[in-house]
Write a protein that binds this ligand. Structure first.
Ligand code: AMP
Ligand code: MG
Length: 494
């Protein structure tokens, strides 16, 4: 692979040169072949021997210009200037077959100047979780960083208990976080902030450079992509868990997720992060936290933009998010997703969606199974007569009535959508996943992997990579969890 070093050379004053520190008996245990192909990386280059000598050998290409980036961040609302890559290194950038540059970042690479006395390592458990989530989100059309490969080791490391160290190569457009810009602004390093912005324009926001105000154009773009991403999280029941501004990507991609969860039961104020005592990052808080974070980022734009310009940019967030969320929910329910001129009918559609969400909430119904079961059965009159949907709910009569209303409204929408019943069902089956990365499934894959068996991890990855298709050999992954497997929350420790 050809490695570029734009960040390391053009932003040399904003990072520290650090080489990866080997772990004992490292071994590549998973390679994302499809992603490697997209990035123009030969599979052989990611095999254990080749990768290990490239990462840790004196002549190794991947360690030649590796750097730890400096950033800060608002953590649980408090400004912390002392952050940076404490256990990850940017190895360089590769050019994809589409001609775009992608970062290769090694997570768990050992101590850096920003490790703050921690060990610089990542555990097998958290790297498997990150690998799985990146692929699951990507397959759901939710932008996310992704893992290129995963290395296990025999190196013991101490967390709440003794665990195994692991490493992961992560890829995304760049590792620029809100916290990069906040740091150079709050530490009054105007020159470095300028350099950082110019780097971002040149490499990541080239369209902004042509705008009358590049800063304004860039801020609008970040507000938009962040709003669209969070709308998708809400529509697909994803709880990030640690939305600190150092974990927010300027590309509007899901990033640095540790104790995340896809919901099991629909509990809107669900908190997946056991360390989040106040529920700041609860599922239903994510849209407002997204705006809070953008506001924190916008402070770094104040040397360049008038306050009214910043307010206008932030002012577009809510409409963008709500409109995307509504479109996604209509699509998931097989409903016509464009504006409806008949206001009475438009209102009926809104009420239908609201009632569905209220049913899920009141019943604490399984979020994903509920959408999948209506995709499979809602459109057939025969199925409705057999109560194939209603029988899955305690308030069966309320659900049966909802199904009847659905049919009436769908009938009124068909002249607009020009869809047949079977066409609608096909669409619903293509947007409502059968396979979802539930925490108990990740846990199953982790426990097997910790005992040297990666087959569950592999099988789960396969199902999650095409979550709308049937995978008869993995059908147990499609079942909603048993009560004692539900709502597993995790701590930040990783
Ligand atoms: P995270 O919770 O992974 O988003 O990390 C928050 C901050 O702590 C970042 O600056 C990380 O680089 C740093 N960090 C987390 N875990 C470690 C570790 N094991 N060793 C060194 N730094 C770490
Ligand atoms: Mg982080």
């Amino acid at each position: 692979m050809q490695l570029f070093h734009h960040y390391a050379t053009e932003l040399a004053d904003l990072c520290s040169k650090v080489s990866p520190f080997p772990v004992s008996q490292a071994k590549v245990i998973m390679v994302n072949k499809q992603l490697a192909a997209e990035l123009g990386i030969e599979a052989e280059e990611l095999q254990s021997d080749a990768l290990l000598s490239s990462l840790f050998g004196n002549e190794g290409a991947l360690q030649a210009n590796s750097v730890a980036q400096k950033y800060g961040g608002h953590q649980f609302g408090q400004w912390n200037p002392h952050l940076g890559d404490g256990r990850g290194l940017l190895l360089g950038e590769v050019k994809s077959t589409q001609g775009q540059f992608w970062d290769l970042h090694l997570k768990g690479a050992g101590p850096t100047p920003y490790s703050r006395h921690a060990d610089g390592r990542a555990v097998l458990r958290s790297t498997i979780r990150e690998y799985l989530a990146g692929e699951a989100l990507h397959a759901l059309n939710i932008p996310s960083s992704r893992s290129l490969c995963l290395l296990s080791s025999k190196e013991p490391i101490q967390r709440e208990q003794r665990e195994q160290a692991a490493m992961m190569v992560r890829t995304c457009q760049s590792h620029l976080r809100f916290g990069h810009f906040e740091y150079y602004h709050h530490s009054n390093q105007a020159q470095h902030l300028d350099t950082l912005f110019n780097f971002a324009f040149k490499h990541h926001f080239p369209a902004s450079l042509g705008a009358e105000s590049p800063h304004k154009a860039m801020l609008y773009e970040i507000v938009t992509t962040t709003a669209l991403m969070i709308a998708k999280w809400q529509a697909y029941g994803f709880n990030h868990g640690v939305m600190n501004t150092d974990n927010m990507s300027i590309h509007g991609i899901t990033f640095d997720f540790g104790p995340y969860a896809f919901l099991d039961d629909f509990i809107p104020d669900y908190i997946c992060n056991r360390s989040d005592h106040s529920g700041r990052y609860a599922f239903d808080q994510q849209p407002s936290i997204g705006l809070w974070n953008l506001n924190a980022l916008a402070h770094a734009f104040t040397p360049y933009l008038h306050i009214d310009e910043i307010k206008s940019a932030l002012g577009t967030y809510e409409d963008t998010l709500v409109s995307e969320y509504q479109t996604l929910m209509k699509t998931r329910l097989g409903l016509y997703e464009h504006d409806i001129a008949d206001l009475e009918l438009a209102k009926e559609v809104d009420t239908l969606i609201a009632e569905w969400m209220n049913i899920l909430k009141d019943e604490k119904a399984d979020y994903h199974f509920s959408f999948r079961i209506i995709s499979e059965h809602l459109l057939s009159i025969e199925d409705l007569k057999l109560n194939n949907i209603a029988d899955n709910f305690v308030q069966a009569e309320r659900v049966r009535q909802w199904c009847v209303n659905y049919h009436e409204i769908q009938q009124s929408l068909m002249p607009l959508s020009k869809q047949s019943w079977s066409g609608i069902q096909e669409l619903m089956l293509s947007v409502n996943p059968k396979y979802v990365l539930r925490n108990h499934l990740a846990q199953e894959a982790i426990e097997a992997a910790e005992n040297g068996d990666f087959s569950v991890f592999e099988a789960l990855l396969k199902a999650l990579s095409s979550p709308f298709s049937e995978h008869p050999d993995c059908s147990s992954f499609a079942k909603p969890p048993a009560d004692n497997d539900k709502g597993i929350s995790l701590s930040c420790s990783s």
